[in-house]
Design a protein around this ligand. Structure first.
Ligand code: HEC
Length: 183
């Protein structure tokens, strides 16, 4: 019973935190240059898929952190998510990167790398709730999209001490970067 109550609590926190994010801001500056082959309908369908995946991954991380991560030595939900992203990529579904937006990542590989990732982190840090670009990848149009990660739980600070100051200022600490084929 207690578990159920906790679960509902975590979901309520997630809903409150993420519920404030709106999906109205859309940036597709380079669409004409790179993704001319993708119809508006196909891009909209892919954007909806990103939205669904974003809810799925973020809800899973909050639930895992709430119920299974109790001290610093436990497997972080972030590490589990990175393993899950690898599996999804190997199976050919889509690519997701867990990106740092603070300049102090635990894993260097999580620093924003290419132009899209750097631009996405800068835009979302400045308060935008969503950033996207249609790109050509292997001759096929792909949607690259980015969503913000706030400090959703106090527990996050257990392993990322510097998140405390970001939480106090209500600033995001990370970004999820998606690459999906537009079909
Ligand atoms: C048990 C320790 C632990 C907790 C608790 C934890 N993390 Fe992490 N976090 C990690 C580890 C370890 C990584 C590196 C994952 C990887 O790339 O394999 C990571 C990576 C990240 C990254 C990517 C940047 C980086 O530092 O490498 C973000 C963003 C992130 N975590 C956010 C969160 C949020 C939000 C929470 C709370 C819901 C949270 N973390 C809770 C350990 C933790």
């Amino acid at each position: 019973m207690r578990k159920l109550v906790l679960g509902a609590g975590a979901l309520a926190i997630l809903a409150t935190t993420l519920g404030s994010l709106s999906w109205t801001t859309v940036k597709a500056d380079d669409k004409a240059a790179t993704g001319g082959k993708a119809s508006d309908e196909a891009v909209a369908r892919t954007r909806k898929q990103v939205k669904m995946l974003d809810d799925l991954y973020k809800t899973a991380v909050v639930l895992i952190t709430t119920h299974y991560v109790n001290d610093e030595d436990d497997l972080a939900a972030g590490s589990a998510a990175v393993a899950l992203f690898d599996a999804m990529k190997k199976k050919g579904w889509h690519e997701v990167r867990l990106l740092d937006a603070t300049g102090e990542p635990i894993e260097d590989n999580n620093s924003p790398k290419d132009e899209f990732e750097k631009a996405a982190v800068a835009k979302l840090k400045s308060g935008e709730s969503y950033y996207e670009q249609v790109v050509d990848k292997g001759g096929k149009p792909h949607l690259r999209a980015a969503t913000p990660i706030p400090v959703v739980l106090d527990k996050c600070v257990m392993c990322h001490e510097h998140y405390k100051e970001f939480k106090a200022k209500n600033q995001i600490i990370g970004v999820l970067g998606y690459t999906l084929p537009i079909e």
